[in-house]
Write a protein that binds this ligand. Sequence first.
Ligand code: NAP
Length: 248
Amino acid sequence: MTINDYENVVVTGASSGIGEAVARSLSEAGLTVHAIARRTERLDELAANTKCIVHTMDVCDSKAFIDLLETIEVDILINNAGVGRGFGNLVDANFEDIETTIDTNVKAAIYAAKAVLPGMVERRNGHLINIGSMAGLYPLASSLYGATKGATHVLSMDLRLELQGTGVRVTEICPGRVTTEFYDAALDDHAMVESKKNSGIKEVTSEDISQAVIYALDAPQHVNINRIELQPTEQTYGGMQFTPRSPK
Ligand SMILES: NC(=O)c1ccc[n+]([C@@H]2O[C@H](COP(=O)([O-])OP(=O)(O)OC[C@H]3O[C@@H](n4cnc5c(N)ncnc54)[C@H](OP(=O)(O)O)[C@@H]3O)[C@@H](O)[C@H]2O)c1
């Protein structure tokens, strides 16, 4: 089993950043990619430049999302859609931010897995890739976001146990800082967005993450890549400290 033995892929959150890069690269690799997100104009652009089949969909609309997934024989699910609303202190997070972050990062990923796994198990063929975060593994002083990514981490590990003997593989990808629109969507304070976006270090790119996804998918069937952690060389665990080096 390598990437070429798979056919249909669902990528959630494919209108920007990591999801878009993964959708593009898997489409270029010859897979049939179903790209899901809410921003139709971004998806139309993706459809115009790739062979991706696009679906305008809010993954928090659980019923519609499950209905869509049930129309596709999904070989690979990339649970990538995610937000960082309420990214700062939990004390400052409002009700809506808490609901949105949990519903997007946790509930939608669980419903998606539940929708596609029975078919994968029956066909003894499938790969679930969950985009977690270093924030789910190490302290980051962002409790709400960290809790949702911690859930992704445990979901990924427990599914490995549940799926033992089925041939279905599960991989968790845990990025550190990646240059995307993540903070634009997460934070309302423009100055804070700019300060987050100007970390002063060379960050990981979405294409770096898509390479990691392809590495996991392309491993031989007897190899399950359980987890990949990748972060900028100049970012410490948890992401609070950056150490740009001055040129010698
Ligand atoms: N950037 C980082 O430093 C970093 C680090 C670790 C982990 N991650 C994780 O990587 C994943 C991708 O984030 P990113 O960095 O690529 O940020 P991004 O550019 O903001 O992408 C987020 C994607 O999720 C989609 N999305 C959000 N809510 C959705 C909803 N309700 N329904 C459907 N799609 C939805 C967005 O599309 P629409 O707005 O069009 O719906 C967008 O395509 C997330 O799970 C994030 O937690 C990011």
